[in-house]
Ligand binder design. Structure first.
Ligand SMILES: Cc1cc2nc3c(=O)[nH]c(=O)nc-3n(C[C@H](O)[C@H](O)[C@H](O)COP(=O)(O)OP(=O)(O)OC[C@H]3O[C@@H](n4cnc5c(N)ncnc54)[C@H](O)[C@@H]3O)c2cc1C
Length: 348
């Protein structure tokens, strides 16, 4: 189907919610969307679907949106491809956005690909960088390609909207602007529960993830330089002292030293801790894309030419098997001194 791309204007973000709670990723994407919308001089709009979710629009406006398209209907209580694709597809056909961003969550990825087939447009998955050619109004969605050896910038010249999924934590949220408001456009979905083929019979919650890298404030990560389980235990000891979460490179996971839930990088978690300590990690691009937004990066590696030092704020060149136990001892001492001092202060 030929579309007149000049009819399409505005930047949209899918605002994902679960059990009437907003997921951070939608609010993070509003920061990227705000930048794109300002450059194109158009509105930034959130798309919010659910049942009993209208109160969530407040935070969407305070996070940067100018407008929210809201469909509040019991058939949208739980995510189902059938209903969400119909709702979003109809909104796209009616209001014609030029750019549409989704979080690369399980539901976000499912929805974006379903909408792309419904409205016949392209989709760039797992975008890590976004910009726009203002003159041509072309969205530039960049992502690692060819095993992460290059960054490919993907354009969609002939179809609209230009769509992308973006992983959680890749973009920083804008600070909340209390009291900021906007326009709510309330729309309907022309579907009844009886017409639907997919029924939600029961929600079974996943056991809590054992390792939650995305939420960690301090991560101590092990690379292949730690050699084996003994080296990993040494890294874990340092992590325990710092009350940190243990991360790992893919090579460590593939060697069976720890589980995939520890993996940081392109095919693992994207993390943004306050401190990231990389031990015996070379700094392959596929690892860097997962941790480069950490506030402070410390690298320990015995090769002074290792690429990890280009991403690090502080680097220690040396043998991890000497340095890590020294660090663990030093932190143990410093922290026990701190506890002792606090006890003296409390006891007068
Ligand atoms: C499609 C694709 C997706 C990928 N996804 C990911 C991903 O999500 N995450 C990821 O991490 N990788 C990923 N990779 C793999 C990635 O390319 C690298 O192979 C991997 O990150 C390397 O892991 P490493 O740094 O632990 O090992 P190495 O590259 O082997 O580096 C080991 C480092 O340890 C140092 N070292 C050795 N001994 C010591 C010592 N005693 N003390 C101090 N330092 C020492 C060495 O100098 C070296 O720099 C992916 C690859 C592909 C193709």
């Amino acid at each position: 189907m030929k579309v007149n791309i000049d009819d399409y204007r505005g930047v949209w973000v899918f605002i994902e919610q679960k059990e009437e709670q907003l997921l951070d990723v939608g609010l993070e994407l509003l920061a990227a969307g705000r930048d794109l919308a300002d450059k194109l001089d158009v509105e930034l709009c959130g798309v919010l679907l659910g049942d009993g979710v209208s109160h969530l629009t407040k935070e969407v406006f305070e996070s940067g949106a100018d407008k929210v398209y809201l469909i509040d209907n019991p058939v949208l209580k739980y995510y189902r491809t059938e209903t969400y694709m119909k709702a979003v597809g109809d909104l796209v056909r009616k209001f014609k956005p030029e750019i549409f961003l989704y979080g690369a969550t399980s539901n976000g990825k499912d929805l974006a690909s379903a909408v792309a087939t419904d409205v016949l447009c392209g989709l760039t998955a797992d975008t890590t960088l976004m910009d726009v050619d203002v003159e041509k109004r072309l969205f530039e969605a960049s992502r690692p390609a060819f095993g992460g050896n290059i960054m490919a910038t993907i354009l969609c010249k002939k179809h609209r909207p230009q769509m992308a999924t973006v992983r959680p934590k890749v973009i920083k949220r804008l600070p909340l602007q209390a009291g900021r408001t906007g326009e709510v456009i309330v729309e309907e979905i022309d579907v009844k529960e009886d017409d639907l083929q997919t029924k939600v019979l029961k929600i079974v919650k996943d056991a809590k993830k054992a390792v939650n890298l995305e939420e960690a404030t301090v991560i101590v990560a092990a690379g292949k330089g730690i050699k084996d389980e003994k080296g990993f235990a040494m890294v874990k000891e340092l992590a325990d002292i710092l009350n940190a979460t243990v991360g790992a490179s893919r090579d460590v996971v593939e060697a069976g030293i720890c589980g995939h839930d520890h993996q940081v990088g392109q095919t693992g978690a994207t993390v943004t801790p306050k401190v990231y300590i990389a031990i015996g990690i070379s700094g392959a691009i596929q690892h860097i894309v997962g941790m480069q937004n950490s506030e402070l990066i410390v690298a320990i590696n015995n090769d002074k030419e290792a690429p990890i030092f280009n991403a690090a704020h502080y680097g220690v060149v040396g043998d991890a098997f000497t340095i890590v136990p020294m660090l663990t001892e030093a932190f143990k001492e410093a922290l026990s001194d701190k506890v002792a001092q606090e006890e003296v202060t409390t006891n007068g």
